[in-house]
Design a binder for this molecule. Structure first.
Ligand code: M6R
Length: 613
């Protein structure tokens, strides 16, 4: 989720790169850097000043050499390594003649780094990226030109990447390659540009070529050559972009929320990357707590706010089922002011997309005062919570601009379920085969999410039929209950409609008095051990005149038969189902808000990060 920009041609590459970086900054990156080929060799500057990094770079660039026709730049959203200037891209090889920028995750970077160090390389950063610079260096030492060296180096690399590199000895060339992470080339008469995102190019050109997976591009002034990573020639297919800048930042989506909903398969896949050793065991290397202290924990206490709290509730079911550890979940602002029972054998888990929510920060401090070990699940590397914690497991959802949590929420559930499986492994509460099977199921989620996303039109049709309704109940049982709460929260915050989330069996203890013709009941009724009971709960509200919408597992005709509207989803292991079931509810809230004419990215009265009590 980093931003890449490159330029080679007759114009000032530094100016083009800095302008492109400024256009990419809207995502709120943590650091930025630029490398140029000058008459003296590679010139590089980097800055880690959060969202003012590019402005800092502009100041630093005042000392750049005058002639600069080829350059690459990068804005970083940290995944591996802290957001420091030393970890900011571009990274250099040992000779200092090669500079490289990268977006994505090099999955096998640990083993590659160990091998490179054993062969005498000096690695200076904590990033997964730097290994690629040194792998290319070895190929160049062996006599290859830059393009062939990148092609050869990539044979050793596993993971997702878009990469761009320049070398002092080929001063007008930028080479680039992609697998999974996006990369586009911009064409002009006398210069050729490269970027991870179209907005970065818009100040210069609207003629673009999108690279496909496993392609390598060679950019020289006014020329572009594309080959596959195997070396076969690929035809260059150009298109003209007619987006304005705002539309381009959203990559053609009408708003950030729809873009971020569509990014969920990626968010989940990236959060799962790198977590399993070749023998199938779980490696959560960013968890700095020893296996011993995790094994000794006799209780888990998860604390969070909003959607993060709903992710925590899902995790409770998984942790208790898989590890038999008593698990409490609390809202951070409540936890702080009561007398929670926890001690040095408690594992306190703070869940926060931003890592800056003040109630959760204070709750984690409180937990530490009680002697608990603190683990944080955060999307922002080096956030306040991450820095203070004993251990941190990052979700890798990339920056989330929309106020409503979507991709970070599903990534949190995945991360917390990985923690649950790790605890089960350490405590021996699940047989290894079952852990492998569950990890295998987690790996199927990106594909299942893609299939679920394809069904947005069906949700839109249901939203159209519900438009005008004012009162909504969301019902669920077991892990379906937090899904119901999350569905109701999304609807409230985006559509300003009254929406309550309830456990299906609880309604008859009071709230059922509110059900009347016109009330909409959205039942999370995907197959699980309580499906039959859920059907009875649906019957209770249906007989009182509610309009019934069900989220149902594909092929479950019995559930569909009791509903007025069905939101079908692919079936998955019940403890993983909240990740899939969230999607139609996100679409429903989104569409109802849009039908009412509301701004889904900036709902009224809300801030993306709540840094006040
Ligand atoms: O950054 P955090 O995860 O700590 O934020 C917690 C809540 O403020 C957040 O989830 C909020 O509820 C979202 N707007 C929900 O969409």
């Amino acid at each position: 989720m980093c931003g890449i920009i490159g330029a080679t041609g007759d114009h000032d590459a530094l100016e083009i790169v800095l302008e492109g970086l400024a256009r990419l900054e809207y995502r709120g990156y943590d650091s930025a850097g630029v490398a140029l080929i000058t008459e003296e060799g590679i010139w590089r500057e980097r800055s880690a000043h959060g969202t003012t990094s590019v402005a800092e770079l502009v100041k630093l660039a005042e000392s750049a050499p005058a002639v600069r026709r080829t350059g690459i730049g990068h804005t970083r959203w940290a995944t591996h390594g802290h957001p420091t200037a030393g970890n900011a891209h571009p990274h250099l090889d040992c000779t200092g003649h090669l500079a490289l920028v990268h977006n994505g995750i090099i999955e096998n970077h640990t083993e590659l780094a160990a091998a490179l160090v054993a062969r005498g390389h000096v690695l200076t950063s904590e990033t997964d990226t730097e290994v690629v610079a040194h792998l290319i260096e070895e190929e160049i030492d062996g006599g290859l030109g830059l393009a062939e060296a990148l092609r050869a180096a990539l044979k050793a690399v596993r993971g997702a990447f878009s990469l761009a590199a320049v070398h002092r000895d080929e001063p007008t060339l930028i080479v680039a390659a992609r697998r999974v992470s996006p990369l586009v080339v911009g064409l002009c008469e006398d210069e050729t540009l490269l970027a991870s995102d179209i907005p970065a190019l818009l100040g210069r050109t609207r003629r673009v070529v999108t690279l496909d997976d496993d392609q390598l591009a060679e950019l020289t002034p006014g020329h572009l050559r594309i080959t596959t990573l195997d070396g076969d020639e690929v035809a260059v297919v150009e298109r003209t972009v007619d987006w304005d800048l705002e539309a381009a930042e959203k990559e053609g989506y009408p708003d950030f929320m729809s873009k971020e909903i569509r990014e969920q398969p990626h968010a989940v896949a990236d959060t799962l990357l790198d977590r399993q050793a070749p023998d199938g065991t779980l490696v959560l290397d960013e968890v700095r707590l020893s296996d011993q202290s995790l094994r000794e924990a006799d209780k888990v206490f998860i604390v969070a706010c909003g959607s993060s709290y709903h992710a925590a509730m899902v995790a409770k079911y998984a942790i208790e089922r898989w590890t038999r550890l008593p698990t409490e979940v609390d809202i951070a602002s409540e936890f702080r002011y009561r007398d929670p029972v926890l001690d040095e054998r408690t594992l306190a888990v703070g869940v926060s997309q931003s890592g800056e929510t003040v109630d959760t920060i204070q709750a984690m401090r409180e937990a530490r005062r009680w002697g608990a070990k603190v683990l944080v699940v955060s999307n922002v590397v080096d956030s306040s919570m991450a820095r203070e914690a004993d251990g941190v497991l990052y979700t890798r959802a990339g920056p989330e601009v929309g106020v409503a949590a979507t991709k970070t929420y599903v990534a949190q559930i995945v991360a917390l379920e990985l923690v649950a499986l790790k605890l089960a492994q350490l405590r021996g509460t699940l047989p290894p085969e079952e852990i492998s099977a569950l990890l295998g199921q987690l790996q199927t989620l990106p594909g299942l999410l893609e299939r679920t996303l394809e069904r947005s039109d069906a949700v839109d049709a249901v939203a159209g039929a519900l438009h005008g309704a004012r009162d909504f109940f969301f019902l669920g049982r077991n892990v379906g209950f937090p899904v119901a709460l999350e569905g109701a929260l999304k609807l409230k915050e985006l559509s300003y409609l009254r929406a309550e989330g309830y456990p299906g069996g609880e309604l008859k203890h009071g709230p059922i008095a509110l059900i009347e013709p016109g009330t909409v009941v959205v039942a999370v009724a995907t197959r699980n051990r309580l499906s039959e009971k859920m059907l009875s709960n649906i019957a209770e509200v249906k007989s009182r005149g509610a309009t019934i919408v069900v989220v149902a597992s594909d092929g479950d005709d019995a559930t569909a038969a009791v509903a007025d509207h069905v939101l079908w989803v692919p079936e998955v292991e019940p403890l993983l189902s909240p990740i899939i079931d969230a999607v139609p509810l996100q679409f429903l809230a989104y569409r109802l808000a849009r039908l009412a004419g509301y701004d889904v990215d900036r709902p009224r009265n809300l801030a993306k990060t709540v840094t006040v009590e």
